[in-house]
Design a protein around this ligand. Structure first.
Ligand SMILES: [Zn+2]
Ligand SMILES: [Zn+2]
Ligand SMILES: [Zn+2]
Ligand SMILES: [Zn+2]
Ligand SMILES: [Zn+2]
Length: 313
């Protein structure tokens, strides 16, 4: 027995001294360790090194061989959902959740209500927002600009008024003044009435002329007077409080007009108010009627019972 132990010890010592097993028992190299003898620990060559696969949305950087990981997964690079596409990862194509609602753009005269993204429509287009034709422009849509038809032909309706006001005509004018409705009497006088093609403040238009009236009011207090024009004086009930001319097709529309008003105190007891109105009408138009009334009535939507109409030929 002692002899056997001594012999084995001798063998082991020899092996150690010569640095070699009688037969190595090799373990193959792997990612991190070289080929190694399980008995004596001797190595050969180098470790193989990991075979890394790049990190993805879901997985960290991983060794294909040993499964070792490093760092974290990248996470998805989400693109928000639209009405056409689910929330989607731009890298791996993964999806999540539901489609988004349409992004609606309100209807206009050009397009029905529609989705900005996919173009799906709902309902119909809106009507155009027409600005009526006048004697110097066709009817057009204020939203899309589409033009329809022609300018109005200013063949204004003809009437037979019996009075024609002239320069120098005077009348007693009783009305109210100011918000307190105080009664005022004035002497009104047409101080000027003229027709002209154009001047520095009033542009010319072929076939048209300007007609301009100036009225002076002399009173014991300042009065605010409103000037206007019309072609349909048929009594106070029809007094429109708005300026228009009636065209041959029945359209009622304003024409180009320019109003001015001011007043001056002569002394403590006398105030002179001046009003002026210029209107551009066709040269042969016979039905223009100017009017004057209390602005204090007009501003409170009342009819001035003493409104004065003046036909101007
Ligand atoms: Zn060995
Ligand atoms: Zn590995
Ligand atoms: Zn992804
Ligand atoms: Zn859509
Ligand atoms: Zn339109």
């Amino acid at each position: 027995m002692r002899k056997t132990i001594s012999f084995l010890t001798l063998l082991l010592m020899m092996a150690w001294l010569t640095g070699c097993c009688l037969a190595h028992d090799w373990k193959e190299a792997n990612c991190e360790e070289p080929k190694t003898c399980k008995i004596c620990g001797e190595t050969e060559g180098e470790a193989l090194g990991h075979v890394w696969l790049d990190a993805t949305c879901n997985l960290a950087k991983t060794c294909e061989v040993c499964g070792k990981t490093e760092g974290d997964p990248l996470g998805h690079d989400w693109r928000e959902a639209t009405c056409q596409k689910l929330k989607t990862c731009a890298v791996c194509g993964a999806t999540e959740g539901d489609y988004a609602d349409h992004v609606w753009i309100a209807a206009s005269c050009l397009r029905p209500k529609h989705c900005e993204i996919c173009g799906v429509t709902e309902g119909t287009t809106l009507n155009h927002t027409w600005v009526a034709a006048s004697y110097d422009s066709s009817r057009y849509c204020s939203v899309c600009g589409v033009v329809q038809g022609d300018e109005l032909t200013p063949a204004f309706e003809k009437r037979n008024y019996e009075f024609t006001l002239q320069k120098g005509t005077s009348w007693e004018y009783s009305t109210i003044a100011n918000a307190d409705d105080k009664a005022v009497s004035a002497t009104a006088t047409i101080t000027d009435y003229r027709k002209y093609k154009s001047d520095s403040a009033h542009a010319a238009l072929d076939g048209y002329e300007w007609r301009e009236v100036t009225v002076e009011f002399k009173s014991a207090t300042g009065i605010k007077v409103m000037f206007g024009y019309t072609d349909t004086y048929a009594g106070l009930e029809e007094y429109p409080y708005s300026n228009y001319i009636t065209y041959s097709n029945g359209t009622k529309l304003g024409v180009l007009a320019d109003e001015e008003f001011r007043y001056e105190w002569q002394d403590d007891e006398t105030c002179i108010s001046y009003g002026n109105l210029a209107v551009r009408v066709p040269e042969d138009y016979e039905d223009l009627v100017f009017y004057v009334c209390s602005a204090d009535y007009a501003n409170t939507q009342r009819i001035d019972p003493n409104i004065k109409f003046m036909e101007m030929k």
